[in-house]
Design a protein around this ligand. Structure first.
Ligand code: GDP
Ligand code: MG
Length: 177
């Protein structure tokens, strides 16, 4: 996509069940509006937000778990994003380990590029079921060379901040060119 137009394609990746669709729906403003879900059946949403006084249009793609549609394979998802949210659930260590695999896969697929990534520990409302500590998430992000945030789609904690954060990451790279 043309970053000169402040149009950014943001792709959510991560194990099924970690909350990608719920995070996306909150950002897209689809909560409590089930009709829109049906109309926009493609799992791709567009919204313009203002971050630090500058507009940005995000095309948010929640297509990772789509099965059976050949043109939306996971390989394709790895290629088309301007930025990525690698999501795991803090209540599911396997999803955290999967996040590492995805980071490696993304690095391999987009070798020459410095792609903005945020590692997202979702479901942080479920404190009593926590399997991955904040410190582990943070140090994993250091190894990944990316940003880190914990969110809760359920109580809408840090969701707006997450999407603003990815815009800032894209801009940092744009402005340093
Ligand atoms: P996806 O497979 O990654 O798209 O995950 P979904 O968005 O479909 O979420 C899977 C399940 O986790 C659903 O039952 C959601 O309601 C629930 N869920 C998603 N985010 C959160 C969260 O932040 N906290 C809690 N407690 N549940 C969540
Ligand atoms: Mg989903």
């Amino acid at each position: 996509t043309d970053s000169g137009n402040n149009l950014y394609r943001v792709v959510l990746i991560g194990e099924a069940g970690v909350g990608k669709s719920t995070l996306t729906s909150i950002f897209a403003g689809l909560q409590n509006n089930l009709e829109n879900w049906d109309i926009l059946g493609e799992d791709t949403y567009e919204r313009t937000i203002t971050v630090d006084g500058e507009g940005a249009t995000l095309i948010v793609m929640d297509t990772w778990d789509n099965k059976g549609e050949d043109n939306w394979t996971q390989d394709h998802c790895m290629l088309i994003g301007d930025a990525y949210l690698i999501v795991y659930s803090i209540t599911d260590r396997a999803s955290f380990e999967k996040a590492s695999e995805l980071r490696i896969q993304l690095r391999r697929t987009r070798q020459a590029e410095d792609i903005p990534i945020i590692l997202v520990g979702n479901k942080c409302d479920l404190v009593r079921c926590r399997e991955v500590s904040v410190a582990e998430g943070r140090s994993c992000a250091v190894v990944f060379d990316c940003k880190f945030i914990e969110t809760s789609a359920a109580v809408q904690h840090n969701v707006q901040e997450l999407f603003e954060g990815i815009v800032r990451q894209v801009r940092l790279r744009r402005d340093s060119k």
